[in-house]
Design a protein around this ligand. Structure first.
Ligand SMILES: *Cc1c(COP(=O)(O)O)cnc(C)c1O
Length: 224
């Protein structure tokens, strides 16, 4: 039986609670697949590679909201900022400043999430909560008025142990809560907790996620 993108989307939407944003992660899948999801009503898509994103954008409708979810090198920032709604993967002060500068150049504010590293794997990117406290404690944000920090993003450890996955998601949620109280209490726009992928989004939702990034469940396995 062939994989139906629109059936998978319908099933997912039925499962995901109201108020949770579904980012359809289309990396490594062709524009035809994105088009199929678009025709099924999906408007929010995630990509993790700059080149692939820039190739896809002109071939697809311009009301798509593109989310950049992969590691972003500072020298590529100015090429993506004009086209993306949100960058999930801010993992250094330098990157944040670059995004702000690029946003100034295009006169277009960009939403960003601070990526938290809570997983076991050292290879994953992201800040610790202490590092975010250091970053925000400097008052840097007051000078960066073209980036809007909307919340946090994180990934759980790549393990089968559901307890460990849950522990990671709880750590991301509690980091969000701590930052909210400390720096964003009056900012209603600091309200996004991006966590959960195909194999663990159910646990992420139980732990308070309100933005899930799902690829394989919708589009099938990627061919690298
Ligand atoms: C690829 C990717 C996803 C989607 O993963 P699936 O397992 O295909 O759902 C989510 N988040 C990030 C950061 C990714 O790179």
């Amino acid at each position: 039986m062939s994989h139906s993108i629109s059936d998978e989307l319908t099933a997912l939407r039925a499962e995901i609670p109201e108020g949770v944003t579904l980012v359809a992660v289309s990396k490594f899948h062709p524009v035809e697949a994105v088009r199929e999801a678009y025709d099924a009503g999906q408007r929010c898509f995630g990509e993790s590679r700059v080149q692939e994103l820039l190739e896809k954008i002109p071939q697809l409708p311009d009301d798509i909201r593109w989310h950049f979810i992969g590691h972003l090198q500072t020298n590529k920032v100015s090429t993506v900022v004009p086209y993306v709604k949100m960058i999930h993967s801010v993992d250094s002060e330098r990157l944040l400043i670059k995004i702000n500068n690029a946003a100034c150049d295009t006169s277009r504010q960009v939403d960003v999430l601070l990526q938290l590293h809570v997983a076991l794997e050292e290879t994953k990117f992201g800040f610790t909560l202490d590092e975010i406290n250091e970053l925000l404690g400097t008052g840097l944000l007051d000078r960066l008025n073209m980036v809007k920090i909307r919340g946090v993003m994180g990934m759980a450890s790549n393990v089968d142990d559901e307890n460990r996955i849950r522990q990671d998601f709880m750590a991301i949620k509690s980091a969000f809560d701590a930052l909210k109280v400390k720096y964003f209490a009056d900012d209603n726009d600091f309200n996004i907790i991006s966590m959960g992928m195909s194999h663990d989004y159910e646990i992420a939702l139980e732990c308070g996620s309100n933005m899930v990034r799902i690829g394989t469940t919708i589009f099938g396995e990627r061919e690298y």
